[in-house]
Structures are given as C-alpha cells and as structure tokens.
Write a protein that binds this ligand. Structure first.
Ligand code: NAD
Length: 352
C-alpha cells in the first residue's frame, strides 16, 4: 500500500510503515527512544509493535487510559519522567495508542526542550482516521476539551489495522462516525459504499481506512489552521458535542461517535431545509446511522436544555452558533447560523 504524503511527513501502511520506521531510526540516530503508551496499549499493543520492528534500547512512558487523564497533571508526570530518564533534544517519542495518547504525546513532544521529534502509531479506529492526522496536539482544561495545544507535525504516522483486533466493538463503532463524516463532507463514492456495502459487524477494512485518511489529509493540506475548509471536519460536531456533554453524567451517556452520529442526522436535516440537500440522501443518512447506533428519544425538555448548552459553547466565535452544513454530499457550506426553531425541528425529524 503506497503511503500518503502530508505537509511535513508521510503516512505509511502496514509493513511499509515498519520498514520506514527502521530506516528512520537508523538515519536519525536518536539519543533515546521513548514509547508513550496508556495502560491498555501497554497491555495489548506494545508486543505487536515489538514483533513487527526491532527497536534497540527504548524506555516506556505510560499514562493512565482515557479522556479523564488527558490533562496537565498527566503531562507533568510525563515531562518529569522524560527528564529523569535523560531525554534531550535529540530524543524521540513514539506514541502507540488512541487519540488521547497521540494528542497528549504530541503535545509533550512539542513542548519538551522546545520541541522534540515524535511518531504516531494509532491503535484505535478514531485515531487512525482522524486524531493522528493533521498536526493538532493538545490536552483538556477541566471539562473543556482540547483547550491547550499546539500545531506540531509528527515525523511519520504508521497505520496498521492489526491493532484493532483487541479494540472493543464499542470503540470501533465510535470511530466509525468519523469515517462516515469524511464520506459526507467529501466523497460520494465512499458514502455509497458505506451505505450500500457496509456490514454492521465489520465497519472498516484497510481500503476504507486509507480512503478516510486521504480525505482528512487532503483537507488539512488545503487549510491546516482551520480558517475555512478544515471546519468541514466539524460536520455534525456542534450539535453532537452538546448532546454528548448533556448526557455525560446521566444513564443515557453516549459514545462520542453515537453523539456525532445524531449530530450528523440533525445537521443533514437542517441542510435539507436551508440548502435543499437531497431528501433521499437525508433519509439514507438517518437509516444508516440508526443501523449502527441505538436510537435515543429526546424529550422537549432535553432538546431545549441541549440548545441552551449550544449557546454557551465557548467554541462559537463572537457568541454565534456556527454550523457546517451540506449543499450535497461532498459539498459543505461553512459558518451558517441556525435559529433555535430549526434545531428543534431537526430533533423532531430524528425522533420520528
Ligand atoms: N488531534 C486531532 O485532530 C483529534 C481529532 C479527533 C479526536 N481527537 C482526540 O482523540 C481522543 C479520542 O481518541 P480515541 O477514541 O482513540 O480514545 P482513547 O485514546 O481514549 O482510546 C479509547 C480506549 O481504547 C483503549 N485502546 C486504545 N487502543 C487499543 C487497542 N488496540 N486495544 C485495546 N484497547 C485499546 C484506550 O486505552 C482507551 O481506553 C479525544 O481526546 C479527542 O479529543 C483528536
């Protein structure tokens, strides 16, 4: 499988990736190599990597797993450990994990000694098709996600779906939402393949993963700093995040991908109303998402509280709620303001 070229690095697949890594380690002659893991990838993924590639002399640095630990306290522990173990400006960090390991490890690398090299080897579906690509690193600030961070590119990314064998179906389904989103914002053929050929027990294959990565990479190449085109990657996320936050502490707690899936149905409905987005495709999107994720029923009270949450979302610039919508599959429209009544209607479309 040929690599994908990003701005300052390449994304390699399977054995090509491990060959590229071996070559890279030989040519860069790093003073020390650190493999950054979380508790799960230490258990499930480290041996897979070490069976694929010979890395002489390395230290592991291990974070606790999950979003709750993507914070400055974990960074302090990592920076201290690097320092204690003698990391210097010529050291390398290899992030072997999901989006949390990658985002936090990239952030650590971008700040330690004013920036050292790092490599991403993503081990979840979401981090393969999304988090490991595009140069955003970061951590959360309290409950606010990704508030502190940098743009800092890895030296390379290696994609190997072997790691997904130990990932739970729940996490696979969660990551699938980003693959589906990529098809909606940019690729009608992928959209049709996902809708008509997908098998709900196997939501990915190497071709789908590669196609999805290519979509994200192409967008980042045009607009890395998210001035316009990159915003399309937020399709479904404005409402999705509000829904995810709303149910965070309740028994209805949703997977990230589930919430984004609902957000994509609502945004497609609004696109239909405001931009004449094709109604057959709208129904196909709704049915597909409801085949993959369970249906939630939103009460009137929940809908109005979610809309309140949206209004307080700090990510909206100048106090406006900006939506990414679709004119048609593959044709996003940017920064559209939507009134509350239209959002309520979109929930009704979802509910019925
Ligand atoms: N930088 C970006 O552009 C970008 C884009 C999207 C998402 N993100 C970030 O990505 C994060 C979410 O990433 P995620 O969904 O990968 O979550 P995650 O990193 O928390 O991984 C999910 C769970 O799977 C476990 N795990 C990872 N790989 C495994 C494997 N192969 N086998 C068994 N268990 C495994 C992890 O330990 C964790 O418990 C969020 O913090 C989000 O903000 C970043």
């Amino acid at each position: 499988m040929k690599e994908i070229i990003a701005e300052n690095y390449s994304i390699f697949f399977n054995d090509n990736g491990y060959d590229a890594l071996t070559y890279h380690l030989k040519s860069y002659n790093y003073s020390k190599i650190f493999i950054h893991l979380d508790t799960n990838t230490n258990k499930y993924c480290l041996n897979v990597l070490l069976n694929k590639v010979k890395i002489n002399d390395f230290e592991t640095i291990i974070s606790k797993d999950g979003e709750n630990y993507k914070n400055i306290e974990s960074c302090m522990l990592l920076w201290e450990k690097l320092s204690l173990l003698g990391a210097d400006r010529k050291s390398l960090i290899i992030n072997l994990g999901g989006g949390v390991v990658g985002d936090m490890g990239g952030f650590i690398a971008s700040t330690f000694k004013r920036g050292i090299d790092f490599i991403n080897i993503p081990t979840t579906l979401l981090s393969m098709v999304d988090a490991s690509i595009g140069g955003k690193t970061g951590i959360d600030l309290g409950v606010l996600k990704n508030q502190i961070g940098t743009f800092y590119d890895p030296k390379m990314v290696i994609i190997d779906s072997t790691y997904l064998k130990t990932l739970s179906q729940t996490e696979i389904r969660s990551g699938y939402a980003e693959i589906f989103k990529h098809s909606l914002i940019s690729d009608i053929e992928l959209f049709q393949r996902l809708i008509f050929e997908s098998n709900n027990n196997v939501l990915y294959n190497d071709k789908v993963i590669k196609g999805s990565i290519k979509i994200k990479n192409d967008i980042v190449l045009i607009d890395k700093k998210e001035n316009k085109e990159r915003k399309a990657l937020n399709f479904g996320h404005t409402l999705g995040h509000a829904i995810e936050s709303f149910f965070l502490k309740s028994e209805k707690r949703l997977l990230h991908g589930e919430a984004i899936g609902i957000g994509m149905i609502l945004s497609s409905y609004i696109s239909h109303k405001l931009f004449d987005f094709n109604s057959t495709n709208l129904d196909l999107i709704k049915n597909h998402i409801l085949n993959v994720y369970k249906k939630i029923n939103f009460s009137k009270m929940e809908i109005s509280k979610i809309i309140e949450l949206l209004k307080h979302d700090k990510k909206n610039s100048h106090g406006n709620i900006n939506f990414i919508l679709l004119r048609e599959i593959g044709v996003p429209v940017y920064d559209i303001q939507v009134d509350s009544k239209m959002i309520v209607d979109s929930f009704e479309y979802y509910n019925n």
